[in-house]
Ligand binder design. Sequence first.
Ligand code: GCB
Length: 635
Amino acid sequence: MILAFVLTSNCEPASKELIIREVDGVPVFIEYGIPYFTRFQETSHYQIDLSGLWKFKIDPENQGEAERWFEQDFDDSDWFDHPVPGAWNIQKKEWLDYVGAGWYRKKFKVPEFIKGSFVRIVLDGVAFHSDLWLNGIYLTHHSGGFTRWSLDISPYLNYGDENILVIRVDTQRDYDTLPPLIKPSRPLGWWAYGGIHRQVIIESSPRTTLCKLAVDTDHQGKIQVKGVVYQSDNLPASAEIKVRLYEPDGSLKETLYKGILFIPAKGLKAFKFERILKGIKPWSPSHPENLYKLEVSIKSESGIETQAIKIGFRKFEFKGTELYFNGREYFLRGINRHEDNPITGPVQSEAVIKKDIALLKELRVNFVRTAHYPNDPNWLDACDRAGILVETEIPLYQVGWSFKSLRSAEKSRLYFNSARMLIEMIERDRNHPSVVMWAVGDECFSFFPSIRRLYRRLIEMAKRFDPERPVTFAIFVVPYGLTPFFEISAGLCDVIYVNQYLGWYFRTPEEVDQLLDKIHKKWPDKPVIVSEMGAGAVLGKKPGGKLYEVGYSNARDFSEEFQLKIYQVQLPIIKSKPFVVGIVPWVFADFRDDKRIHNPIPQMNLKGLLTYDRQKKQAFYLVSEFFAQIEKEYE
Ligand code: GCB
């Protein structure tokens, strides 16, 4: 049964494009006519990695389509050689702040022997929106640059021959795209990096293939597995399924499941089981080495495949205003992080990931908020291995901060784009032991009923795909302590996320005390996390001297002492509140931010505990010491 998801209120109905099939009680997201595929960390499928140099040209006048830049034999010899993964902004100085369209062309060969298999193109991140042609044929449009998506390209390939893939990428935002436009004069709030900034692969599998694997565990050995098999052929198929679990040292623990499935033509069939396993070593931030491998093998007439994911046995839960991890009271020593650095921009190379993970460990954090968009999946793999918990969110960012933006919250298109990215994020990331929470937005104008409705629908959607994980969104604090008074949406969340910059944009740092008490009074049964706090500082800058505008008629000296003071004052106050279960400073490292034109380093958000090139500011040491104390208390 195909269900077109329909909104339940008096607003415009949601687009029929959002298709979810309930397959034996397992929700499967259907996109571009095929199911959304789980990201396996190991696969026996034949893959062609398209990383490398692609031909590239910016298209500020939007001529590409009219001039047919997508044609197979179009002469691209004078185009720029652009590395993929890569962002155009850092390829040439004059492209740094280019917002608009850019075209990528790539030739690749496909071997003859994959003919007859099911072949997909898998894109991990094309920011923000893309149109795709293969061998001169237009295939589709995708909106949203931070999640994986894939297309069946089997019918369009030249097997045993050369193929040409063309992708038009566009970074223009609208009121209903993600990230959204708030008003034409309002910058994004981080850098609008454009390009194919994550991996692109061509993947060939048997025509009967595993499309979804959803695994939930707890620290006492409980494991629930839901798998869905897709039959891409016009004929029905039968498939032998075997699920095996391997110990962290690689040895076989046991075969968990064996069964035979009958899958209808062009259809889906699920298998499910639950077990309580003995002798399980729980995964946790202090024992991240306890990663098990769950492997699924499928044997059908169209071939044999083996795919695997890494899982951890763990339980993350809120009880009343408290947080428990693996049954023990817990506290999140967090940090917000943008995917940005001076060498690769948004691209998360192995070296970038290694360096940042090492710094996070030095900072003694056990939690990262992927502000404000789904991160590179390789980053999440690294968090699994390092024992860093993760909240991951969709860039439904500051919606409602203008009249037009508020109007967009009432329309189905914004809901559709948000729900789609949310599902893609959950379906891609839900098996990571490190991923403990989803967030459906940041600082939207949650004082308004239209935003409340939008958030409510997104939370329901998140729970439909993942009933286990808590869901939240960040509320913001306006001057004069009015937020708890006017806020009408935060109660929808499993944990209240508060972004507060008391002492920086306005008021005094000490007032965080009353603010948190007021929030607790309003939502006495909910735990609270301070999801943002901080101040800007330039490395080595002493107090005094020139002041720089920060808004709300305030100016600051951006000294390291000022930043330090905010943390000195606020950290103990926040930690003293029994209902607060986490502190997440803003931000790990300075990052490019198009809003900050008046800053001492223009267009740079300077609230990092590290500089853009990862040098430590004084506040880094303070936060690290503070977190080390908390770590002793809880680990
Ligand atoms: C916020 C936003 C974040 C900004 C930060 C700031 O509240 O969530 O995106 O970068 O404040 O620096 O003002």
